[in-house]
Design a protein around this ligand. Structure first.
Ligand SMILES: Nc1ncnc2c1ncn2[C@@H]1O[C@H](COP(=O)(O)OP(=O)(O)OP(=O)(O)O)[C@@H](O)[C@H]1O
Ligand SMILES: [Mg+2]
Length: 357
């Protein structure tokens, strides 16, 4: 079993506080993905869990045991870094078995274990090659395999696919999902890639400035972001934020249409409308978008432009929509999918999530 519990974990480098006070429980076998802007503390949090950095305050437990000051090797954790250095003079098999070798395991134990992991990662035909004779994706698999050979109950990944091209990333993403399904290890995974986060995670942790903004399943966070930061962080193109006045239980949209909005007591809010949550209509509708730039991606059309009062807006118009720059498209937002943010950034329409999230 490998349940990881962070209680009030903080970290400062000198006077610089980089992790605020993080409380997070990761269940055995869970695939947790950490996301957040560059510098928000994702790698630091992984390194604290691995024991490569010491915590400034707080308590780390693994399976109920205090591991706050336990040395890295005794934590049952394997880590795969973004810049994985393979030993260039060793073969794939030697690279993969090296961890076991320096741990003093006998050769008769190492060879079958390496063979088994190599089969799992489809590296079995490459065991005698040196790293320089491998593709990027193959090298990445060796780096993962090197950790896997030791079979740690907990896996930490720090942007393991970021050096790969888009096609390889896609392949490796699927392989990682299959690997997790087969092994059932606890995985904590850092990425900048939205698709990786949404598809791999059981739960996503959104971080900002060393703090956790929200934790939840990918769809919980996407559909019910607690605040403007989470709403804007997940989704590509990002959610639109449209400043509106409220009057008599409705938001007055740019152009004058009224959008019923139950609840909010504030005078002004920012409406959150995802680019895909609008319907195009033939007749003037709630929002008139003066289109400035059209991105034709083949499987979808993304129109960038401005609303009646000049606020920017992006709409995803579905497959190969014929709109052109300079035209006006009329849009109706899907009322069920709106978000509304007050001056503090809180989402006034977020549905209360299940307890504990
Ligand atoms: N050893 C260190 N000494 C001082 N400051 C550090 C150290 N390591 C990290 N930091 C600082 O801590 C903050 C968090 O860094 P961290 O590497 O955890 O961010 P990150 O979220 O992983 O960013 P990225 O997405 O760019 O990898 C940054 O401001 C960084 O400069
Ligand atoms: Mg990092």
């Amino acid at each position: 079993m490998a349940r990881v519990e962070l209680n009030g974990i903080s970290k400062s480098f000198g006077a610089h506080k980089v992790i605020g006070s993080v409380d997070l429980t990761i269940e055995h076998g869970e695939f947790i993905v950490l996301v957040g802007p560059s510098g928000c503390g994702k790698s630091t949090l992984l390194r604290l869990i691995a024991g490569l950095e010491s915590v400034t305050s707080g308590r780390l437990e693994i399976d109920g045991q205090d591991m706050t000051t336990t040395p890295p090797v005794a934590r049952g954790i394997g880590m795969v870094f973004q810049s994985y250095a393979l030993y260039p003079h060793m073969t794939v098999a030697e690279n993969m078995g090296f961890g076991m070798k320096i741990a003093g395991r006998p050769r008769r134990e190492i060879a079958p274990r390496v063979a088994e992991v190599a089969r799992l990662l489809q590296l079995d035909h490459l065991l005698d090659r040196k790293p320089k004779a491998l593709s990027g994706g193959q090298r990445q698999r060796v780096a993962i395999g090197r950790t896997l050979v030791r079979n740690p109950p907990i896996f930490l990944f720090d942007e393991p696919l970021s050096n790969l091209d888009a096609a390889l990333r896609g392949d490796m993403r699927v392989e990682l999902a299959q690997l997790h399904a087969r092994l059932g290890n606890t995985m904590i995974y850092v990425t900048h890639d939205q698709v990786e986060a949404m598809t791999l995670a059981d739960r996503i942790v959104v971080m900002r400035d060393g703090n956790v903004e929200q934790v939840g399943t990918p769809l919980e966070l996407f559909n019910h972001p607690a605040n403007r930061f989470v709403a804007g962080f997940l989704g590509q193109p990002a959610m639109n934020f449209v400043s509106v006045q409220l009057a008599d239980g409705a938001a007055v949209l740019p152009g004058g249409a009224r959008q019923p909005l139950p609840g909010p007591a504030a005078a002004t809010v920012e409406l959150g409308i995802r680019p895909e949550d609008v319907r195009v209509s033939d007749t003037p509708a709630d929002l008139a978008l003066s289109v400035e730039v059209v991105e034709q991606l083949g499987d979808e059309t993304i129109a960038h432009g401005r609303l009646a009062d000049g606020q920017k807006f992006v709409a995803r118009l579905g497959k190969q929509h014929p709109v052109r720059a300079g035209e006006v498209v009329h849009l109706t937002p899907d009322a069920d999918r709106l978000a509304a943010f007050d001056a503090t950034g809180r989402n006034l329409l977020a549905k209360a999530l299940a307890a504990g999230v």
